[in-house]
Each structure stands twice: as structure tokens, then as C-alpha cells.
Ligand binder design. Structure first.
Ligand code: PGA
Ligand code: ZN
Length: 434
């Protein structure tokens, strides 16, 4: 068994040009790994605290030098000599050293950078690909490993867009019957068709923070129409090969007890907004609906899940914040039917895995997600495969920090296909020779 010899963190930039934390970890057998943590733009109130320097004028107060210092001076000396396969013990120790319920002393960004590095280092120590190490360690995938179905974010609104849409993300989701490489083709072809449709309409075709287009349109519903128009330009059939979904991020436009969006000047009460979703669903057969209501509107969520949850995945992101207490509450009350899993909302790998386990036990769908502020680390792709996620949400099929995750899934798909056909061949041979 190798031991942790050293950990060094540093401040790097994320895809938005905002600082984030990267950590390198060395084992005493000479192996080294490096990993970086992402950061959200539309964060919920319940997420762990991302430690930012604030008082100084570097990066408008967004620097992460304190978090880096906490890794280098507090966490690294404590972890030296520990076995990296003891993820739970290490994560618990970091939480105790932090001593706050929301990781605000050392920083969720500092703690997660180390937690991810420990996970990667253990995989390296066992000489396993990261996804396989995670699968073997947590045993969440019952049969053969598989690649989750990708949810592509093709239009960026809300806090993510440069345009004027209220809804944050407009998704296309290929049918789960396609192998991942074909699903990626569908996503990329629809993405390019949207660009062409925008050009045809003389509309802006620049992109938002997750690589999706950020046009100026009259209503949010127009964005769904635009995607339908684009799908028609491809060889794929709407509602058969490819489906639509939304991450509304409704907390961002909930004001004074109303949902204020450009589709209706006087806004919607919860009851009216649920009716609005039902109408939308009639036309667009929404496959998934993420954060459709304000993150404290639990009664509304329950009602919406009762009304639409049979055919549409009702996904809790801001509502649940990858927090096991909140998921417990949502499972009990039937507030949604799927969880968006983002390790940096909770701050350690062990706690993230616990959330996946809870969701699984409840028969929920699991969507493993990136953040709007990403790096070129593809840790999250391996994590999604390793825990057997049903879906991934990694943004548009464009821009380096998004594409690196899709390309990693392609690599894993290739390796799995080769090894699974090897296993099938071996089984076949042992049958015929036995
Ligand atoms: P965020 O957005 O990373 O800016 O929070 C992603 C999401 O809401 O799913
Ligand atoms: Zn979301």
C-alpha cells in the first residue's frame, strides 16, 4: 500500500476566467495525480461555502488563495502518511478539521480538491482507470458498467446566457436506446442545426457560459420552438430519437411570491406556473424538468410531481443541493423524482456517493452534473460511470471544458466495449468447450 507523501494546491482559472482550486497529490511510490474543482454561477442557498478571498482587490475579490493555503498548510500535513483508499476516513477527518456544517472555515473548494485528489490517487495506486476504481469501491452498478445518457444544454439563458431568456438551460436528450457515441452525434448535430436556424432567422448566435447559444427571443417558449425547428433540419425525429428538457432554475426569477418571466407580464403564482408547465408539456413532451419551482416552494414541488411526475423526470438541483438531509425530505414528501448530483455542492466524494445511494434506494434517477464554471478536468465523467448514473449533464457538445468530458465518455465506451466483448467471447468459449 502506498501512502500520501505530499499535497500541493494552487489557484487556477475556470472556464469563466474566475479562480478555482487545483490540487496535486504525490504518493510515496512516486505516483502523482492532479485534479481541479468546478464552480457554479446559479448556486443554491444550501450549498457548501466556496471560500473566496473577498477583502482584497485581486480578481474582484474572487481569488481562492485562502482556500489554497488551507490545503497546503492545514490539510496536507494532516493527510501525510495516510492510505488514499481510506476515502471515508479522510473525508471525515477533513470535515472535523473544518468543524462547520457548511465547510465555511476551510472552504468546500479546498476540501473537495483534496477529496477528488485522494480518489484519483487511490485509483492510480490500484492501477485501475478512475471509473473502474469508483465502481469497485462503491458497488453501485449491479451488472455491467455502461455510459449514462447525455443531457445536452444547447441554449443558455438566465444567469448563464448573454441573451434575454429567463430559463437557464434548454436541453436536448437523445433516446437512451442509442449507444453513447450515437447520442453524442445527435447532440452535436442538433447543436449545429440550432446555430444554422439562428443564422437563418438573422438572430444572435453567440454562446453562453456552458457553450449553448444565447439568443434574444420574445419568450422562453420560443427557444423550445427554435429547437424543434432545428431538429427538423436533422435526420433525427423529435420525441422518438431526441427529446426536450429544461433546467428552469426558477429560484433566479422568483420575486415577491411570483414567478416573473417574459412570457407573461404579471408573473405566475405557483398554481398558475404548474398549469403553465402542464400546457408546455402537452406540446413539448418534456422529458425532464429541473428546478421548475423556487427552492423553498416544497408544496409546489409536491403538486408538480404529482401532476407531471409520471411521464416527466422532476429533477431537484437547487432544491436538494446534493445534501442527504434534503434528499431524505424530498423522498419522504415526494417532492421530485430525480436528483442532480454535483460533488462541489456538498464538498466531499464520500458524501456525494451517499446521496447517490439514497436516490438509488428510493428508485430515483441519478443525473451527474458539471458546473457552469468548469476546468479541463474530466473527473466527473469517470465519477458518473463509476456510480452508474442514468444521465450526465455536461453542457453543450462544444467548448473544451465540456467536450473533454464527452470525449472521456467516448474513451470509456470504447474500453468497455472491448472488455465486455472479451468477457462475452470468453463465456462463449467456456460454454462451447465445456
Ligand atoms: P451552475 O448551473 O453550475 O451555475 O449552478 C448548473 C445548474 O443549475 O444545473
Ligand atoms: Zn440546475
Amino acid at each position: 500500500m502506498a501512502k500520501i507523501q505530499a499535497i500541493q494546491a494552487r489557484e487556477i482559472l475556470d472556464s469563466r476566467g474566475i479562480p478555482t482550486v487545483e490540487a496535486s497529490l504525490w504518493l510515496d511510490n512516486g505516483m502523482a495525480v492532479t485534479t481541479a474543482v468546478p464552480s457554479g454561477t446559479s448556486t443554491s442557498r444550501r450549498e457548501t461555502v466556496e471560500l473566496r478571498d473577498k477583502q482584497d482587490d485581486r480578481y474582484f475579490g474572487q481569488g481562492v488563495l485562502k482556500a489554497v493555503q488551507n490545503v497546503n498548510e492545514i490539510l496536507a500535513p494532516k493527510l501525510k502518511g495516510m492510505d488514499p483508499s481510506q476515502q471515508q476516513q479522510i473525508d471525515r477527518m477533513m470535515m472535523e478539521l473544518d468543524g462547520t456544517p457548511n465547510k465555511s472555515r476551510l472552504g468546500g473548494n479546498a476540501i473537495l480538491a483534496v477529496s477528488q485528489a485522494v480518489c484519483k490517487a487511490a485509483a492510480a495506486m490500484y492501477m485501475l482507470p478512475l471509473y473502474e476504481y469508483i465502481a469497485k469501491k462503491y458497488q453501485l452498478v449491479r451488472e455491467a458498467l455502461f455510459i449514462p445518457t447525455p443531457i445536452f444544454n444547447v441554449i443558455n439563458g438566465g444567469k448563464h446566457g448573454a441573451g434575454n431568456l429567463d430559463f437557464q438551460e434548454f436541453h436536448v436528450i437523445p433516446s437512451s436506446r442509442f449507444p453513447f457515441n450515437e447520442a453524442l452525434e445527435i447532440g452535436a448535430e442538433v447543436y449545429h442545426a440550432i446555430e444554422q436556424a439562428l443564422i437563418n432567422n438573422n438572430a444572435i448566435h453567440s454562446v453562453g457560459v456552458e457553450g449553448g447559444f444565447a439568443p434574444n427571443l420574445f419568450t422562453n417558449q420560443d427557444a423550445l420552438e427554435l429547437i424543434l425547428e432545428a431538429i427538423k433540419m436533422t435526420r433525427h425525429q423529435f420525441s422518438h430519437d431526441v427529446f426536450l428538457g429544461l433546467d428552469v432554475a426558477a429560484s433566479t426569477f422568483y420575486r415577491g411570491g411570483k414567478y416573473i418571466i417574459k412570457d407573461r407580464s404579471h408573473g405566475y403564482s405557483t398554481k398558475d406556473f404548474i398549469e403553465y408547465y402542464k400546457d408546455l408539456n402537452e406540446r413539448y413532451h418534456l422529458f425532464s424538468l429541473e428546478d421548475p419551482l423556487f427552492e423553498e416552494d416544497w408544496e409546489g414541488w409536491k403538486q408538480l410531481t404529482q401532476d407531471l411526475g409520471k411521464d416527466t423526470m422532476i429533477v431537484g438541483d437547487d432544491l436538494l443541493s446534493t445534501n442527504k438531509e434534503l434528499i431524505g425530505k424530498a423522498i419522504q414528501s415526494g417532492a421530485c423524482s430525480a436528483v442532480l448530483v454535483k460533488p462541489n455542492q456538498i464538498g466531499t466524494i464520500s458524501e456525494t456517493v451517499e446521496v447517490v445511494m439514497l436516490a438509488r434506494e428510493a428508485g430515483w434517477h441519478v443525473i451527474v452534473s458539471h458546473r457552469s464554471g468548469e476546468t479541463t478536468d474530466s473527473f466527473i465523467a469517470d465519477f458518473a460511470v463509476g456510480v452508474g448514473a442514468d444521465y450526465t449533464k455536461f453542457g453543450a457538445p462544444a467548448r473544451g471544458e465540456r467536450v473533454v468530458k464527452y470525449n472521456r465518455l467516448l474513451q470509456i465506451e470504447g474500453v468497455l466495449a472491448a472488455s465486455q466483448s472479451l468477457v462475452a467471447n470468453q463465456q462463449q468459449r467456456s460454454k462451447t468447450s465445456g
